[in-house]
Design a binder for this molecule. Structure first.
Ligand code: ZN
Length: 158
């Protein structure tokens, strides 16, 4: 970063603050040579995450779309507000932590099912029935049986 007045490389940050979106930092700098003051803006560059759909199409990962799918599955279920958003954030974090720039949509689908399964089993079945489009009632029954089998306490209340 060179001073716009004299071209000196050495500058001192005199003030720095987050702008409202908090992905941008505004810095007030002072040139070490001529004391000219100027402002720089620093932005976080989010790495692109591309979703590869089953038909081979590609689109940018859309965290809000994922959250709304989860919210829909959780409609009128007794779960805390914001849990769909939190799950979507966790899924995004997991995908980004894996470091790949392209991710198959099936991977997102199975992460979403994993989360829902832990949050609410009815929501899980709702999501899975749309996402996996169970072939028939037998498929659905098998999935529900698996849920019962893995419940541990064997409780069938609710
Ligand atoms: Zn200068």
């Amino acid at each position: 970063m060179r001073c716009p007045q004299c071209g000196e490389r050495e500058t001192r940050v005199v003030d720095s603050r987050d702008l409202d979106d908090s992905a941008t930092i505004r810095r007030r700098r002072e040139c070490a040579a001529c004391s000219a003051r100027f402002t720089t803006y620093e932005r976080i560059e989010a790495a692109r995450l591309i979703v590869v759909k089953r038909d081979g199409g590609r689109q940018e990962f859309d965290r809000d779309k994922l959250a709304s799918g989860l919210r829909k599955a959780l409609t009128r279920r007794p779960v805390p507000d914001g849990i769909a958003e939190a799950a979507a954030d966790e899924i995004e974090a997991e995908l980004r932590a894996a470091g790949a720039t392209e991710v198959p949509s099936s991977r997102i689908g199975s992460l979403a099912m994993e989360k829902l399964r832990a949050i609410d089993q009815i929501a899980y079945i709702r999501f899975a029935s749309v996402y996996q489009s169970f072939e028939d009632l037998e498929d659905l029954k098998r999935e529900v049986d698996t849920l019962y089998a893995t419940r541990g306490d064997g409780s069938r209340s609710k």
